[in-house]
Design a protein around this ligand. Sequence first.
Ligand SMILES: NC(=O)c1ccc[n+]([C@@H]2O[C@H](COP(=O)([O-])OP(=O)(O)OC[C@H]3O[C@@H](n4cnc5c(N)ncnc54)[C@H](OP(=O)(O)O)[C@@H]3O)[C@@H](O)[C@H]2O)c1
Length: 281
Amino acid sequence: MKTLADKVILITGATDGLGKQAAVRFASRGATLLLHGRNESKGKETLAELKQASGNDKVEYFNANLASLDEVRAMAGSVLSKHTRLHLLINNAGLGGGPKGSSKRELSRDGIELRFQVNYLSHFLLTYSLLPIIKSAAPSKIINVSSIGQHELDFSDIMLERNYESFRAYRQSKLAQVMFTIDLASELRGTGVVVNALHPATLMNTNMVYEFFGSTMSSVEEGVDALEYVATSEEAANVTGEYFDQKRRSKANPQAYDAEARGKLREMSFRLVGMANGSAD
Ligand SMILES: NC(=O)c1ccc[n+]([C@@H]2O[C@H](COP(=O)([O-])OP(=O)(O)OC[C@H]3O[C@@H](n4cnc5c(N)ncnc54)[C@H](OP(=O)(O)O)[C@@H]3O)[C@@H](O)[C@H]2O)c1
């Protein structure tokens, strides 16, 4: 297996589940790992565990609650102040359906539907903020950890003020990630930066799955294998703008291929994060 000793990798949501185990895998291959979490003390513990498990000391921790766009901006600023090149950005942090049966609509600190922001919009902002150092590391990669669970976006009710259901909110955010993937890949064609979306595995044994479904179907290891394949395999090296169902190129919800819908999402996203086409207003 090829060493990743000269690579810098940032994983959001690296304090648990898929993100944490993927961090161990990539750190064991020698990469410099930038771990993101939302809880300082859990982050510090994860950092210590990761050093122990991988024997790699090139690990750093960045804290930001993705329910706050200001915290995302601050985190991006901190990464940019310490690093000039980022070879792999894995947008992985996510909030699932929550406890089954909970129907209370939740908002972020910015007043945005919570799952739309945490799973999608904050990663949109983080990605655009870090794009200069991703471009300077080319050939480089962005992977949006999406899901096979996708729900069409209703542009007359993106914030789900009508008919709210937490798992629909989750699935809408996961499709938004795929739509973002296709658009960003097209924008970055020719720069040496490739962008893909990934369904890592179905019902892995992680907190979000236990909380909503109560039982699991696959291991986190399977998800890490798929993520590692999309991130580092020769076969996937130049693939861009695709949705992978584990290691297979696959088709997402049809709305992902609707350029007009993607354009609406893109325009709305830049407006919500206060950027004009990739640069701060
Ligand atoms: N598990 C599956 O079967 C499955 C299937 C398809 C896709 N996925 C996707 O895989 C990704 C990882 O999920 P997982 O299964 O590993 O879930 P998980 O074990 O619940 O981990 C989620 C991670 O996201 C972080 N996070 C949650 N809310 C956050 C917030 N507001 N701000 C910052 N960080 C936040 C969590 O932080 P804490 O450690 O502080 O909780 C944790 O590190 C998600 O994008 C999910 O949609 C999972």
